[in-house]
Design a protein around this ligand. Structure first.
Ligand code: ADP
Ligand code: MG
Length: 331
């Protein structure tokens, strides 16, 4: 039998609170083998996130031992756990946790900065990870220019970029509609099957848990059932069979920003264009005067006029479209 990637023995987590000790996890034993796709389900407050935080080395158990890929991690300090986390684990969160005003590419390069990769290597790996999640045509978009499903795919690419053997996801589809959730699940199943990445995800949705090959139920800090599925739901197949009503509903909920861009292009011209055009006309007129005085040695009115009109149009054009100058250049 393969060496387990995750081995928890007698793991407990107590939280001190004003009202006394909360026993969030109670003597949990759990072994996960490489290549498994595990769903962790349970009611709110049952201890799922606490378990994920310990698996992800974000938190330490109060009692018990944790071995990750054969390395004892439970009793390591913050720095030791951070190194292990960066080498072995990719995280996916419900709220995506992408840096705003930072492109998809830069978001994906970030985990590699801590690993000492050169700039060129970082770029190459981040582009490859984004291509793997089908976002090669969105690499220069910032999170607010992407739909929820696309943002989660960037987050998956960021989790993959360090090539971790273990992916952990806490409610990764909690903010997504049915269709987009299935798309994310189909992607995770593909990574699990084709690249052998071990996946553990927390969910409270039955449809999502049905895609896992093993479902663990947590109640009051204990594992109360652990079921292996021989034929889990195929998310890609379920997606293709989804009724049309879901397509329309999800189009409303998860708009493609490219469509939004086209819609906004036909909207009224923004007011900010006018000062920019006046500024453009002044700059153009000045250049015309300088050209006349320096190159021609005389003032030629029509050169000044043409330069002013051309510069006015040049300044006004990008501002007339609701997208920014930089993003217009990329389109
Ligand atoms: P779930 O993710 O299943 O909803 P959690 O793991 O977040 O559950 O929480 C398990 C229990 O531990 C809950 O009773 C919760 O109130 C408590 N808990 C979680 N985090 C803390 C904390 N930092 N301090 C005190 N109690 C906490
Ligand atoms: Mg939780």
């Amino acid at each position: 039998m393969a060496e387990p990637i995750v081995a928890l023995r007698g793991v407990a987590k107590d939280y001190e609170s004003g009202a006394g000790v909360v026993r969030a996890l109670r003597e949990v034993d759990l072994t996960i083998l490489p290549g498994e796709f595990v769903a962790i389900v349970g009611a709110s407050g049952s201890g799922k996130s606490t378990l994920m935080n310990i698996l992800g080395c974000l938190d330490r158990p109060t009692r018990g031992t944790y071995e990750l890929a054969g390395v004892t991690v439970g009793d390591r300090g913050n720095d030791g756990r951070a190194i292990i986390r960066n080498r072995l684990i990719g995280f996916i969160f419900q709220g995506f946790n992408l840096l705003p005003r930072t492109t998809a590419l830069e978001n994906c390069e970030l985990p590699l900065q801590y690993r000492g990769f050169s700039r060129a290597q970082r770029r190459k790996r981040a582009l490859a990870a984004l291509a793997q999640v089908g976002l090669e045509d969105r690499v220069h978009h910032t999170p607010n220019q992407l739909s929820g499903g696309q943002q989660q795919r960037v987050a998956i690419a960021r989790a993959l970029v360090t090539d971790p053997p273990l992916l952990l996801a806490d409610e990764p589809t909690g903010n997504l509609d049915t269709r987009t959730s299935l798309e994310v699940l189909a992607l995770l199943q593909k990574l699990n099957r084709e690249r052998g990445i071990t996946i553990a995800l927390v969910t409270h949705e039955h449809d999502i848990a049905a895609c896992a090959s093993r479902v663990i139920t947590v109640r009051d800090g204990r594992i109360v059932s652990d079921v292996h599925e021989t034929s889990p739901l195929d998310a890609a197949k379920a997606l293709s069979e989804l009724p049309l009503a879901h397509v329309q509903a999800s189009e409303g909920a998860d708009k493609d920003p490219a469509d939004e861009h086209r819609r906004r292009q036909t909207a009224p011209v923004p007011f900010g264009i006018y000062p920019m055009m006046v500024l453009g006309a002044l700059v153009g007129a000045l250049l015309g005067v300088l050209y006349g005085a320096i190159v021609l040695g005389e003032q030629v009115g029509w050169i000044v006029l043409i330069a002013a009109v051309l510069a006015e149009a040049w300044f006004g054009a990008p501002w007339g479209s609701p997208c920014s100058w930089a993003s217009c250049q990329r389109r």
